[in-house]
Design a protein around this ligand. Sequence first.
Ligand SMILES: *Cc1c(COP(=O)(O)O)cnc(C)c1O
Length: 372
Amino acid sequence: MKVPLLDLTAQYAAIREELDDAVAGVVRSQRFVLGPVVEACEEAVAAYVGARHGIGVSSGTDALLIALMAEGIGPGDEVVTTPFSFFATAGVISRVGATPVFVDVDPVTLNIDQARLAERITERTRAIIPVHLFGQMAEMAPIMEVARERGIAVIEDAAQAIGARHEGRRAGSVGDYGCFSFFPTKNLGGWGDGGLIVTSDDARADRLRALRVHGETARYHHRFVGGNFRLDALQAAVLTAKLRHLDRWTAARIANAALYTRLLGPAAERCGDRLRLPRVVTGHHVFNQYVIRVAERDRVQAELEAAGVGTAIYYPVPLHLQGCFADLGYRAGDLPESERAAGRVLALPVFPELAEAQIRHVATVIEAAVGS
Ligand SMILES: *Cc1c(COP(=O)(O)O)cnc(C)c1O
């Protein structure tokens, strides 16, 4: 039996006419950059997330980047974040000339450990970027408390977490900025690159809208140095149409995750630390990824592959140990929870259209691979 890590063809087949019509509308209008189709997408996503403004941008990476630019963060500033995320989370900090400061993760959720946050904040700290890893929100209340006390901006990296909820708030709506990615593998995926940033602050929204068009505030008048960070109308058309189906897809992801957890529960119980399943700690987890932690991970991955099951490792190298950050001076052993996770994580197929028989096959292979 073949079980790919992700198969987008089934999703497309199910709503093909709707998506093709949406794209055809843009093609007929020949308005490809910003305009009403992008505005409709921005409004729909902002309303869905529960924020006042949505600003469509070229990628999730650029959403994070212009949030930092909008705060005027640059050389001499520090930005606190997690070492266990996709590279972009920290890459953007360096790109504006600021210094990433890594705080280790909570061993259960693998999100930034808010208990260790305060001790890494200095008088140079200008922002905190919590990541809602794999679709589960970071513990936002204590992060917001520290940030408000010290006058620090909070930029949520919600790239993996559209629709996730905790304490009545959706991912992206709690901090000063919420950054989303529409990379095709995300829960709401476009037909190429795309992203969006939400904020409920009018002044910040104005700055973001200017920054994505070269800092232009009136035609050919530039108050800021921005860039070309626009969302394509073709992407916006696809995303607006897909957003109507997102809750149904998310429910299917959650059901798939629950089935894995039920099937693998007894093995995890037997294996103790040698097999750990994801735990839902902060409310509504939207399972962009279902990530187990397993001893002898590479062997287990090879056995899954031999049985036709696609998996992936998010992420094999924690950010503080990446070559490009060597001059920050971190050493192996400095952030032990992230380093341990990097050696054990394994993402299983969890996309909405998986069949129950496929999930059972994956679970059976894992059970056999981990032994008793
Ligand atoms: C995907 C992702 C990004 C970057 O999004 P792109 O649209 O690929 O630029 C940033 N942070 C996290 C946590 C992501 O998963």
